[in-house]
Write a protein that binds this ligand. Structure first.
Ligand code: BV8
Ligand code: ZN
Length: 250
């Protein structure tokens, strides 16, 4: 059993001596909580869409009720799920290292629900709905299908949008600055559960590597980032991260 969860000793050694550790997570870290990964989020009736056709301002303007219904569908999926051992182990890393930065692309809020209040949220949050016109925060619209009337702002009647960063939209500057500072100063950088295809987040592991951090990937599948890694762990995050914690404790 332990052989299957063998963690590269080079990674354990570098983590033991590391002062500054940074972790970038993607949708794969929530997979074991039952949340479909970003590319699998198009389940059931949503399977006829590509996420990049829905997660854009243009799609929202053209089909507001469709986009609102998809995000409310994902909201409900997330509400029924809980953090898994991957999220919990990463929360414990705050106490384990002198400086620990958790950077997430995920919008499901599970890192915060696991106690990682300081998680850097590069792509926003499913829960924070706001008016597309006046930007006032608003309660989520009760829209379940693209044929429903789209939800509107109670103040200016503008359309309501989820508080996520869509393709073509800039990332929140403060969050991106924090993430880049973490990558630029990390001794060890872990890329966990991300396909490494969405920028600028996917550029963070390379930033860390360029300043000679030890960079490792935790993902059952290879990604475009794999070739640049000092170590790869082909395990689910919910097994690999607790195994890393156990190796550090032994
Ligand atoms: C921007 C919120 C500029 C919405 C998301 C170069 C530089 C800058 C930009 C670009 C660039 N090249 C291209 C661009 C444009 C674009 C981009 O990157 N396009 C891609 C498709 C090529 N980037 C942007 O548009 C960004 N904006 O740069 O703006 C700008 C500046 C000024 C003014 C105007 C504009 C905005 C990108 C953010 C898009 N929003 N999310 C929503 O969620 O609906 S991105 C979306 O993809 C999610 O956040 C998701 O997290 C993210 C990445 O996907 P992953 O998390 O990796 O998930 P995925 O399903 O792909 O993979 C899951 C992985 O987990 C798999 O590898 C799987 O093997 C693994 N896995 C499965 N199970 C497990 C597991 N791993 C571990 N354990 C398991 N159990
Ligand atoms: Zn408004």
């Amino acid at each position: 059993m332990m052989a299957a969860d063998q963690i590269p000793t080079a990674l354990v050694d570098r983590l033991r001596s590391a002062r500054r550790v940074a972790v970038l997570t993607g949708a794969g870290v929530s997979a074991e909580s039952g949340i479909p990964t970003f590319r699998d989020a198009l389940d059931g009736l949503w399977s006829r869409f590509d996420p990049r056709e829905l997660a854009t301002p243009d799609a929202f303007i053209r089909h507001p009720a469709r986009v609102q219904a998809w995000y409310r569908h994902r909201d409900r999926l997330v509400d029924a799920c809980a953090p898994n051992p991957a999220h919990e182990t990463l929360t414990d890393f705050y106490a384990r290292f002198e400086t620990f930065s958790l950077i997430t692309q995920n919008v499901d809020g599970l890192h915060r629900r696991a106690g990682s209040e300081a998680a850097v949220r590069l792509h926003g949050s499913l829960n924070d709905w706001r008016c597309f016109a006046c930007a006032r925060p608003a309660p989520p619209p009760d829209v379940r299908s693209e044929t429903d009337v789209p939800g509107r702002c109670p103040i200016c009647r503008g359309l309501l949008r989820p508080g996520v960063v869509w393709f073509g939209e800039p990332l929140p500057p403060d969050e991106l600055d924090r993430a880049m500072e973490a990558a630029a100063t990390a001794d060890v950088f872990l890329s966990v559960g991300t396909s490494g295809e969405v920028y600028p987040a996917a550029g963070l592991p390379e930033m860390a590597r360029q300043q000679h951090a030890f960079v490792a990937e935790i993902n059952p599948q290879a990604t475009p980032l794999s070739a640049g890694m000092d170590a790869v762990i082909r395990l689910p995050a919910g097994r690999a991260l607790p195994a890393i914690a156990r190796a550090l404790d032994s």
